[in-house]
Design a protein around this ligand. Structure first.
Ligand code: ZN
Length: 334
């Protein structure tokens, strides 16, 4: 892989901008022909140190942003750029704790808060007046802790798992918080990933969750986020990955007797393959433009099925490179 020298402090490209900060045509260069690892590492390192103003509206999802940052650095083999103990301490500071064990059964969820703004200050006993633990934040918190090598078996998993049951609905789906929230496959996936990482399935009724997931497979083979909804790349990932984590399907399903699988594997494979568009990228739904994220969502499903080998990898790679941004410099200037 080609690399080039890049100075992270060299943010000033003032000569190439007009007074409004708009890049002049001469500064708009063709897409890079290679994955610029160094610059992606620098971007993620910046996200580790501060939250640029573009992300301020996402402050409530601070742990989710941190998950992308830490897992991104991990994938790029650059986790040495962060202080792992500090990261673990910071993440643990978002965990919601009940006043007593009895509180775990009254309907609330004692997971992790998404950010400081949803975390009320603790009283003299170290307990917050109001608990706003969120399923997605809890998934991200545990995934970060696991990525930085923290031993998840040392945390108070009982609070998480007992109260997680409060979020599961009679149809098997999950709400992300304890009051008035949507329920769909995203949160079934979060719950499954939480139980998987904590190595304890007492937090959910797996059978019920499985029944819910199976109802979401559509006539065309993909999965909608809820039963009866249009097949969607994100929903399909949540469904297939949840079944895999829960142990209902195995890796490399295509090499097994697929007729005995609880899902319609040939139809699912067909739906996934049809999502690779003419430009090489993956779309989330039929007739939608390609988007980088579906290379992950649908790519991961194909990985689990063992169908990854059927995609046009060169075309996908080419598409992803056209999505690679050079505007880190511009973001920091505007
Ligand atoms: Zn997307």
């Amino acid at each position: 892989m080609a690399t080039r020298e890049w100075n992270p402090l060299d943010f000033d490209i003032g000569e190439e901008e007009d007074e409004e900060g708009t890049p002049s045509p001469s500064s708009i260069s063709p897409p890079l022909q290679y994955f610029d690892r160094d610059r992606h590492v620098a971007f993620l390192e910046m996200m580790y140190n501060l939250m640029p103003h573009h992300y301020q509206s996402q402050e409530i999802n601070r742990l989710t942003l941190a998950f992308f940052t830490i897992s991104g650095l991990h994938l790029l083999r650059a986790l040495d750029r962060v202080d792992k103990d500090r990261v673990a301490d910071w993440v643990l500071s978002f965990q919601a704790h009940p006043r007593s064990r009895a509180e775990l059964k009254i309907g609330q969820f004692y997971g992790f808060h998404g950010s400081r703004t949803s975390q009320f200050p603790p009283d003299e006993n170290g307990v917050s007046a109001r608990n706003a633990g969120h399923l997605a934040s809890t998934y991200c918190a545990l995934a970060i802790l696991k990525t930085v090598g923290f031993n998840l078996l040392t945390i108070d998993k009982e609070s998480i798992l007992i109260s997680l049951r409060n979020l599961q609905q009679p149809d098997g789906s999950f709400m992300p918080v304890d009051v008035g929230a949507e329920t769909d496959l995203r949160f079934v996936y979060c719950a499954a990933a939480i139980c998987f990482m904590l190595e304890d399935w007492s937090g959910m009724d797996r059978e019920k969750a499985k029944e819910y997931i199976l109802k979401c497979q559509s006539y065309d083979g993909g999965f909608g986020l809820m039963p009866g909804l249009e097949s969607h790349g994100g929903g399909t990932y949540c469904a297939v990955a949840s079944l895999r984590l829960m142990g209902y399907i195995e890796d490399d399903l295509l090499s097994k007797t697929v007729t005995s699988s609880i899902i319609n594997v040939p139809l699912l494979l067909d739906w996934c393959m049809q999502r690779q568009a003419i430009d090489g990228g993956f779309q989330g739904r039929a007739n939608k433009p390609s988007d980088t994220c579906y290379a992950f969502w649908i790519g991961a499903v194909l990985r689990i099925l063992g169908g990854y080998k059927f995609i046009d990898k060169i075309a996908l790679h080419r598409f992803l490179l056209t999505c690679q941004s050079e505007v880190l410099i511009l973001h920091l200037n505007t």
